[in-house]
Write a protein that binds this ligand. Structure first.
Ligand code: G3H
Ligand code: ZN
Length: 278
């Protein structure tokens, strides 16, 4: 069972109202995330971003995740995140990803609908879930494109969801990628209104740096998938810094192991306080 589609994830009674999703860029991050989810027997989404896929190889990263989880009883989703390149999305579908995000938010609205629908038609033939995005999430995208905050309009979300038939939709409701300076103003009212108007399930990007309360309120308002990236990265960086101070022999493995343990603790805490306690 180990790899399931994001479409089926809500069929599991132990996924309460939302699913936590984590980006990983290396083996230790993956191992920490998987260990936490498996210990809690809670499915999570393992996300490989376009940037990571292009840097290290889509197939290499996919096979790393697949071989790590395929014999476990806990189900996992393997997801391609923020892919702007349609050929990469097609390659991911062919490889066996169980969820793909086509991020056409930098295209014109009509072009975004057209391209996203092409992805949906292909992915749905294989039972693979598709996430789309309108209004680029504030903050720097991984390709370095800065974007200004534009709150998603209900009518745009409705049109996009109906015409593309995406399973999941990333909307702009006040979050940003990366760390926050100051307090973000999240529009719970908007989350509520959009989620009541469309069939696609809502995704909140840029969850690093938000408080458990903000995340829980977002879920209560209608968010179904929460994306965490920067916090995984920072947890690993801090763990490595700390264990480098105590370096006793020339062996990188104990240093990397400490980062697996810290990431595991971070993910367990996130799942427990946000995705399970609802
Ligand atoms: O798609 C990935 C997420 O939106 C990650 O955002 O790095 O701010 O947690 P974050
Ligand atoms: Zn994102």
């Amino acid at each position: 069972m180990a790899i399931i589609s994001l479409k089926e994830v809500f069929d599991y009674s132990f996924v309460k109202s939302a699913i936590c999703s984590f980006n990983f860029v290396n083996l230790e991050q993956l191992y920490g995330i998987v260990a936490a989810a498996d210990e809690l027997q809670t499915p999570v989404v393992l996300m490989i971003s376009q940037k990571t896929a292009l840097k290290y190889g889509l197939e290499v990263m996919f096979n790393l995740a697949k071989s790590k989880v395929e014999k476990l009883h806990t189900p996992f989703v393997i997801h391609l995140d923020h892919a702007k390149n349609i050929e990469l999305v097609e390659k991911a579908i062919d490889l066996g990803f169980s969820s793909v995000m086509f991020d056409g938010s930098s295209l014109s609205f009509d072009e975004n609908i057209k391209k996203t629908y092409e992805v949906v038609k292909k992915a749905h033939r294989y039972g693979i879930a598709v996430e789309g995005e309108i209004n680029a999430i504030y903050g720097k995208e991984e390709d370095g494109t800065p974007s200004a905050i534009v709150y998603t309009k209900v009518k745009d979300a409705k049109k996009f969801s109906e015409e593309t038939e995406v399973d999941f939709l990333a909307v702009s409701v006040g979050t940003k990628h990366g760390l926050y300076e100051g307090t973000p103003s999240l529009r719970y009212d908007l989350i509520n209104e959009i989620s009541n108007s469309i069939k696609s399930k809502l995704v909140m990007h840029g969850c690093s740096g938000l408080t458990a309360e903000q995340l829980r309120k977002s879920i209560q308002s209608g968010i179904k998938k929460l994306n965490f990236g920067t916090e995984v990265m920072l947890t690993q960086i801090n763990a490595i810094k700390k264990s480098l101070d105590n370096l006793s022999k020339p062996d990188i493995r104990p240093i990397m192991d400490s980062s697996i343990e810290e990431i595991k603790a971070y993910v367990k805490n996130t799942i427990n306080s946000i995705c399970i306690s609802q």
